[in-house]
Design a protein around this ligand. Sequence first.
Ligand SMILES: O=CC(=O)O
Length: 329
Amino acid sequence: MAEDEMKGLPKVLVLGPPLCFPSIQSLYSHKFHFLKPHLSDLSLQDFLHHHRPPSITAILCGANYSITAEVLHLLPSLRLLVTCSAGTNHVDLRECRRRGIQVASAGPLFSEDVADTAVALLIDGMRKISAADRWLRTQNLHNTPWDLFPFGSKLSGKQVGIVGLGSIGMEVAKRLECFGCIISYNSKHKKTRVSYPFYSSVIELATTCDVLVLCCELNEQTKHIINREVILALGKGGFIVNIGRGGLIDEKELVKCLMEGEIGGAGLDVFENEPHVPQELFEMNNVVLSPHSAAITKESFVNICELAGGNLEAFFSNKPLITPVMLPE
Ligand SMILES: O=CC(=O)O
């Protein structure tokens, strides 16, 4: 669309463009004027200077761009932030509240896909699916007898502790119950409508469980919620799945415990300093890795474009947001 045709359209500042931004742009560029500092050589501050920050009332962002108080300070008229992620740990939500900025996220849009991945990582790790694949591709060439491949562990009957029983955690619980697992959980508060046993302490949960699945959000309270003590409490046969955020685990300690045999294995979709993955993990056959892709399916990709666009449309027509984020006091 030509520059003068975009005049009059509401401006939306795109920061750390989410993977789906090109599709959002092609669906909505007749409704919004997307400002793209990532295509400019200027610093954000200089870019904004050219685009008159008072005229910018909305941001669209992905999970990899930190929306700090400093960034918000550059945008005095900002009233809406739409993130194309379920997680909001990259946004200073307190500052948003203080400035009267509404926030919309992916809400529960990705929950089923993320839960599917959590279960896939768990089954893969416990039944050694990826390890078997690697083994067969190399050993079959040498006619190695198949019964030399090591045993996996049975999933049915395992005690699974879910850390964070929100929408993703509930989907994980629902799926793993069907596999015959026994579910318990830890979360900020006991859920009144859930009959799974509740543990207010993660260590106690780990002590009673064979598996921990991390589904909670990352914040000041949950950073390194899985530390050495929790890992040791889970024990040598234990397995950890992380589809939340890398910072939930003290990654150095996890790597150390895996190397020392203090824990049975791990299925990890997220890492503490993405895209960095500790080199040691690549060498371990009891670890299954994925590149923070739990939420991404062809279908969820289409849905997030519509949801993000829908939230922008709702805001600019003075309607309630579709997936608002509750802002902390
Ligand atoms: O990690 C993915 C998300 O938060 O949506």
